[in-house]
Design a protein around this ligand. Structure first.
Ligand code: CTP
Length: 408
């Protein structure tokens, strides 16, 4: 739990800050909202108080006995200003302290994040550019505004990013550094097995879960290397990014980057088979209306292979996590198949999820069971792919410290 000051300056995007407040509260943080005096024209005090569960005022002359203009900033682990108008950034860069929020910004020594929102002309004005540069020089994290529809008919850079995006971008400041000093190699996405210069055999993996794992591991303080195979979503900032396409390329990349890492998370959906031959030119339709027969050969099982090689090569990751995409049937449940796979692969942890054309692949949410080779009780989690990723990272952190499975 972090103690957060959520400063809100007077822009129409203040309504998005209400949603950010919700996300922060749902994640278990204590939030003191400090609006500037004109915010009431957009969102009333009652909304901020009800959703934060704390008294809210813009004035330094209320609850004076608490010396709030200094105290809230001193107590805070993190100060956010969302939205940040051109005016509040100008005041903060000049060190003006004429209300509760600007006073707090001067008094705090906690990290400060500002998410600007204003019309494009104001964002691009030399005065604002200078103020942003000054704030950044002093260590304030000023989030780039999004580009898009603004308050009137105009559109351009100056739009407040969506609350979920802001929430995701400050995860490193909200999380406990449970993986500090740990190096983690993660594979994400789905491989493509070439047939000819234009065609491939692929799978439905979007890479969302792998990217969320990389984000959660980085937020937990780990040094992250992400091997990306055909992601449909942008990779997170702050990770060492490697690209691979086919299963064979992925295998090469894993064996190149795994030595020296503490943890390997094999999240990529790796094709089990590839075309036996890759045609040099595009496979053409034939006049006799016949269709080509494609012969497939087995791909190496990268996870099983690296676990096996570990027996002879000391510098390979001591903690390896597999993912199992399973479907249940009348022979066994998803969990039965998961347990059998964990034994077969020989890794330390297996994250099992049920797949189907509408489950897991390409979806925003996921439901998982984490199985441990040491026999610890399985841990379940469900929610957004980032929620699930955080649980996996927590479990890895506990397991490498020797306490697998004792948190939920
Ligand atoms: N995996 C791998 N190499 C492969 C296939 C899978 O390293 N050729 C890894 C995946 O990254 C994942 C785990 O093995 O961590 C399980 O993948 P899954 O597709 O569920 O299992 P398979 O071994 O392919 O078994 P099956 O498809 O028969 O259930």
């Amino acid at each position: 739990m972090k103690r957060i000051v959520l400063g809100v300056s007077a822009g129409i995007a203040a309504y998005k800050s209400v949603l950010l407040l919700r996300l922060l509260r749902e994640a278990g943080h204590h939030v003191d909202v400090i609006p500037t005096s004109n915010v009431e024209n957009f969102v009333g005090i009652a909304t901020w108080e009800a959703l934060s569960g704390n008294p809210v005022t813009a004035s330094v002359f209320e609850a004076v006995e608490n010396v709030n203009h200094v105290r809230l900033g001193q107590l805070a682990d993190l100060v956010l200003v969302v939205p940040a108008t051109a005016d509040i950034m100008a005041k903060a860069s000049a060190g003006i302290a004429d209300d509760l929020l600007t006073g707090t910004l001067l008094a705090t020594r906690a990290p400060v994040v500002m998410a600007p929102a204003m019309h494009t002309e104001m964002w691009q004005h030399a005065a604002t550019r200078n103020n942003v540069a000054t704030l950044r020089e002093r260590g304030v994290r000023v989030i780039e505004p999004a580009s898009g529809r603004l308050t009137g008919k105009d559109s351009g850079p100056g739009r407040l990013p969506e609350p979920e995006e802001i929430f995701a971008s400050i995860q490193d400041l909200l999380s406990e550094p449970i993986l500090a000093g740990t190096s983690v190699l993660i594979t994400a996405g789905g491989t493509r097995e070439p047939l000819d210069p234009v065609r491939f055999l692929g799978n439905r993996s979007s890479g969302r879960q792998g990217v969320a794992l990389a984000e959660a591991a980085r937020a937990a303080g780990a040094e992250v290397t992400l091997i990306a195979t055909h992601l449909e979503v942008p990779p997170p900032h702050g990770v060492n990014l490697i690209h691979a396409s086919s299963a064979l390329e992925l295998r090469e990349a894993v064996f190149e980057h795994a030595p020296g890492k503490d943890v390997l998370i094999m999240n990529a959906a790796v094709a089990d088979f590839r075309p036996a031959t890759i045609e040099n030119s595009k496979i053409k339709k034939r006049d006799d209306h016949s269709a080509p027969v494609i012969e497939l050969v087995r791909n190496p099982d990268i996870l099983a292979e690296i676990v096996q090689e570990r027996g002879t090569k000391a510098q390979l990751p001591p903690f390896i996590v597999g993912f199992a995409a399973e479907t249940g049937d009348d022979q066994g449940t998803v969990l039965d198949y998961g347990r059998a796979k964990l034994r077969r692969k020989g890794c330390e942890m297996l994250v099992v999820n049920e797949v189907g054309t509408t489950l897991t692949f390409g979806q925003e949410t996921n439901a998982i069971q984490v199985l441990f080779a040491d026999g610890s009780e399985a841990v379940q989690a469900a929610g957004s792919k980032l929620d699930v990723a955080r649980v996996v990272i927590e479990q890895i952190s506990h397991a490498i410290k020797g306490h697998a499975g004792d948190i939920s």
